[in-house]
Design a protein around this ligand. Structure first.
Ligand code: NAD
Ligand code: TDX
Length: 339
C-alpha cells in the first residue's frame, strides 16, 4: 500500500517513516513536507534513496499541489504529522499555527474526500485537554475529557480535531485521531525540553528551567508512539479518538537533573528562568481505550528510552550542531537572552 506522511521531515514523522518501512516491507511511502525551520531533509538521509520512498517539498495548505500528488500517488492512507508544534513559538506568533494546523488539516481532509482516500489519521496532542492540577495525581485525561486548550498551539490542534470529527460525522469520512503525550527520542528538534537540555549540557551552557520546574509531563518514547499509530491506522475504529501515553510522569526538574547525571554534568548548570505564559501544570494520559481495543502498551521504559536518546545525540552531534548554529541561534537569543 502507499502511505502519504505529511511532516515527515520533522521529529515524529521521520521516526514514523523509519518505523513503517521496517515494519511493512514492500509498502510505498510518500513524504510531503514544507521544510520549515523544524523540518530537516538530512534526518531522512537513510531512506532518501530507497526506491519505495519519495520526498515532495510542499505545503499542506497548497491545494493544487495536493491534487496533483493525490492523482499521481493514490495513497491508501494519509497520516498528518505536519504542524507548527512548539508552544513557545505559538505564544510569540500564533498566526502560522492557525494557517498550518487548521487550514492545512482542512486542505488535507478535502483532498482525501475528493480522491476517496480509504484512511486518514490526524496526529493530535494531549494538550487539547488543557492541564491537570498538581495535587490530584489520580486524575488523567481520557478521550471524553472536555477540550480546554491553553495555548494558541493547543487551540489550533483542538480545532483540527474538531474539523476531522465533523468530517467523519457529516460525510462518513474515514478518519481517526490520536492524542499523545510528550514524545522523546532521536531526531527531535533542539528547541524542545529534552534535546535542548542535552545539547546545552554537552556545551556546558545553562539549563533553563521555566518557573518552579514542578510542571509534570508524561513521557512517551517515539517508537512506541509510531507503533500505536500503525495499530490505529490498520485496526482502529473510524471516527474515534485514541489517547496514547507513556505512563511516565516526571517533573521537569527531575528530568533535567536526570540528564545531568547521565551526562556527568553538574546540576549547577540548572538555571531557573521566567515561566512560560499560561504554562500547563500537568499532563497525564489514560491510554486504557488503546490498550483494551487494540492491545497496545508502551514498551520502552524511561531508563532505556532516555539512554537511547542521549546516545543518539552523542553519536549525531553534526545533526544538532548544524541546527543550533543556523537560524536557531537568533531564536535562542530572542527566547532566552533576557529571560
Ligand atoms: P516537528 O515540529 O518536529 O515537525 C513538524 C514537521 O512539519 C516539520 O518537518 C515541518 O517542516 C513540517 N511542516 C510544518 N508546517 C508545514 C506545512 N505547512 N506543510 C507541510 N509541512 C509542514 O513536530 P513533531 O514533534 O514531529 O510533531 C509531529 C506532530 O505530532 C504534530 O502534529 C504535533 O502537533 C504532534 N505532537 C507532537 C508531540 C511531541 O511531543 N513532539 C506530542 C503530541 C503531539
Ligand atoms: O527551555 C525549556 N525549559 C522548560 O522548563 C523548555 C523548552 C521547556 N521547558 C518546560 C516547559 C514544559 O513544561 O518543559 C516542559 C516541556 O516543554 P516542551 O518540550 O516545549 O513541550 P510541551 O510544551 O510540553 O509540548 C510538547 O508536548 C505536546 C510538544 O512540543 C507539543 O508539540 C506536543 O503537542
Amino acid at each position: 500500500m502507499t502511505v502519504l506522511v505529511t511532516g515527515g521531515a520533522g521529529f515524529i514523522g521521520a521516526n514514523f517513516i523509519f518505523y513503517w518501512l521496517n515494519a511493512h516491507p514492500g509498502d510505498r511511502m510518500v513524504c510531503l513536507d514544507r521544510l520549515t525551520y523544524a523540518g530537516n531533509l538530512s534526518t531522512l538521509r537513510p531512506v532518501l534513496e530507497r526506491p519505495e520512498f519519495r520526498f515532495v517539498k510542499a505545503d499542506i495548505c497548497d491545494r493544487e499541489t495536493l491534487d496533483r500528488l493525490f492523482e499521481e500517488e493514490h495513497p491508501e492512507a494519509v497520516v498528518n504529522f505536519a504542524a507548527e508544534s512548539h508552544v513557545d513559538r505559538s505564544i510569540e506568533d500564533p498566526e502560522v499555527f492557525l494557517r498550518t494546523n487548521v487550514m492545512g488539516t482542512a486542505a488535507l481532509l478535502d483532498a482525501c474526500r475528493k480522491y476517496g482516500t480509504p484512511r486518514f489519521h490526524q496526529v493530535s496532542t494531549d494538550e487539547v485537554y488543557g492541564d491537570l492540577p498538581l495535587d490530584r495525581p489520580e486524575l488523567r485525561f481520557t478521550e471524553t475529557t472536555n477540550l480546554h486548550a491553553s495555548s494558541p498551539y493547543s487551540a489550533s490542534k483542538a480545532s483540527a480535531d474538531l474539523l476531522t470529527l465533523a468530517y467523519c460525522r457529516t460525510y462518513g469520512f474515514p478518519g481517526t485521531i490520536s492524542r499523545c503525550s510528550n514524545n522523546y527520542g532521536p531526531c527531535q528538534f533542539p528547541e524542545k525540553l529534552i534535546p535542548l537540555m542535552i545539547a546545552n549540557a554537552l556545551q556546558n551552557k545553562p539549563l533553563p528551567v521555566y518557573g518552579t520546574g514542578k510542571n509534570v509531563r508524561d513521557w512517551l518514547y517515539v517508537e512506541d508512539h509510531c507503533r500505536a499509530i500503525d495499530l490505529i491506522l490498520r485496526k482502529g475504529r473510524i471516527g474515534e479518538v485514541y489517547n496514547i501515553g507513556g505512563d511516565c510522569e516526571l517533573e521537569n526538574i527531575a528530568l533535567v537533573r536526570r540528564i545531568c547525571r547521565e551526562l556527568g554534568k553538574p546540576e549547577s548548570l540548572i538555571t531557573y528562568v521566567a515561566d512560560r505564559k499560561g504554562h500547563d501544570l500537568r499532563y497525564a494520559i489514560d491510554s486504557g481505550k488503546l490498550r483494551h481495543e487494540l492491545g497496545w502498551r508502551p514498551e520502552t521504559g524511561f531508563e532505556e528510552g532516555i539512554r537511547n536518546t542521549i546516545r543518539w545525540y552523542l553519536e549525531n552531534r553534526d545533526w544538532w550542531v548544524e541546527i543550533i548554529s543556523g537560524e536557531y541561534r537568533d531564536y535562542y537569543e530572542k527566547m532566552y537572552g533576557n529571560r
